[in-house]
Ligand binder design. Structure first.
Ligand SMILES: NC(=O)c1ccc[n+]([C@@H]2O[C@H](COP(=O)([O-])OP(=O)(O)OC[C@H]3O[C@@H](n4cnc5c(N)ncnc54)[C@H](OP(=O)(O)O)[C@@H]3O)[C@@H](O)[C@H]2O)c1
Length: 223
């Protein structure tokens, strides 16, 4: 096995993705982080273009991190929101896995981490597309752990609770305080805490965890 492994990471410009980038960069990984201009996950032709051009790209580790959440009640839910959320959060990660898995199979080593959500395990009103996409992603994780286990490719989901990123910090301060109050640890997570778990899962130290949807939510879902 070569020394410096290549990681393909989506959504590294901000939030959790940025924290993952910083952590893995320090650890000496070679990291490919396409900008939105290079890879727009809402556009299927964009994924096709990027993966065709990079057919020979030897990706050892894929981290599907980019995601969106546009809360709308079911009776006001717009098709555009529904389709875009499912496309970015669920369909595009599957397409990327399909593109990069042949090399991992060939070398009989690979790690895939899908950044899901605690709302891939439990639910929340007003978030039908998001909850559906993250439950779907957790199902993809389990399916591919079964399918790819024989090739020594470990597939896991990381399911964060409320993390201090744009996605959550767009809420008014009083809403943020209320969210934190509902978390047994009494606070929101730092993006770096999520990056720490991802770093473990993709490392050689993880040799037996696969097919799990790991909650990292300060205990929120225990209620
Ligand atoms: N924050 C939380 O509390 C929380 C909790 C549970 C799960 N998560 C999950 O964690 C992941 C990261 O969330 P975050 O909080 O770090 O979000 P964020 O701060 O809003 O960042 C989202 C990232 O996704 C990228 N992205 C969005 N749409 C894209 C598209 N069409 N094509 C390519 N990239 C796109 C963004 O790129 P641009 O900069 O170009 O927009 C950005 O890098 C998501 O999957 C989210 O569902 C977050």
């Amino acid at each position: 096995m070569k020394k410096s492994k290549t990681v393909f990471l989506t959504g590294a410009s901000r939030g959790i993705g940025k924290a993952i980038f910083k952590k893995l960069n320090k650890q000496g990984y070679k990291i490919i982080t396409p900008s939105r201009k290079e890879l727009d996950l809402s556009d299927p032709t964009s994924i096709k273009r990027l993966t065709e051009v990079n057919k020979k790209l030897k990706v050892d580790i894929l981290i599907n991190n980019a995601g969106i959440n546009l809360p709308q009640w079911i009776d006001e839910l717009e098709d555009k929101n529904l389709e875009e959320t499912l496309r970015i959060n669920l369909i595009s990660p599957i397409s990327l896995i399909r593109a990069f898995v042949p090399y991992m199979k060939q070398q009989k080593w690979g790690r895939i981490v899908n950044i899901s959500s605690m709302f891939g395990v439990v639910a929340r009103g007003k978030q039908t597309p998001y909850v559906a996409s993250k439950h779907g992603l957790n199902g993809v994780t389990k399916t591919l752990a079964l399918e790819l286990g024989p090739y020594n490719i470990l597939v896991n989901s990381v399911c964060p609770g409320f993390v201090k990123t744009d996605l959550v910090l767009r809420n008014p301060p009083e809403k943020l305080a209320a969210l934190a109050k509902d978390v047994p640890l009494g606070r929101l997570a730092e993006p770096e805490e999520i990056a720490e778990l991802v770093s473990y899962l993709i490392s050689d130290k993880n040799s037996y965890i696969t097919g799990t949807n790991i909650l990292i939510d300060g205990g929120y879902t225990c209620r």
